[in-house]
Design a protein around this ligand. Structure first.
Ligand SMILES: [Zn+2]
Length: 150
């Protein structure tokens, strides 16, 4: 074995600390490590990382994907619109909820890229995801617009 699958990551055997880490650690990786530690706020790298994670998720439908999104506690997604070429998803209780508001800033690009990678594989089509709302911008929730091509 040379690398891990997502299923490998679900094998956890920590006796005293269990299977969770605090949200501030996830935020530190995302908002300090990736955004501040990579060139151009990590935009291209974050997109590649997110897509790769999305492609690796063991899900076969949009519903399963959204269930896993909630189970991983990234946030609670709900479908606002679902058409042949456009899906809009709102995310309540996103990992970014409660952070100070920074005007015009959206921080949930990794999570969007995860949706993009997973849906591209599920639908076997080219998809592109755009963050349209974010708690950090002062919006009421985070939101994505997913365009489906081909
Ligand atoms: Zn968010």
């Amino acid at each position: 074995m040379t690398s891990f699958t997502f299923e490998d990551l679900q094998r956890i055997d920590r006796v005293r600390l269990g299977d969770e880490v605090p949200l501030e650690l996830f935020r530190a990786i995302r908002l300090i490590g990736m955004q501040q530690g990579l060139p151009l706020e990590g935009k291209g790298t974050t997109a590649s990382i997110g897509r790769k994670i999305g492609e690796s998720l063991p899900v076969g439908t949009l519903e399963e994907l959204l269930e896993l999104f909630a189970k991983l506690r990234i946030g609670l997604p709900r479908v606002l619109q679902r058409d042949e070429r456009l899906i809009r998803i709102a995310v309540d209780d996103c990992f970014c909820k409660g952070l100070p508001v920074i005007e015009e800033k959206k921080v949930c690009d990794l999570e969007g890229a995860i949706l993009e990678g997973a849906l591209g594989r599920i639908l076997n089509r080219k998809v592109s995801v755009r963050e349209t709302k974010c708690n950090v911008s002062g919006d009421e929730h985070c939101e994505y617009e997913i365009r489906i091509y081909g």
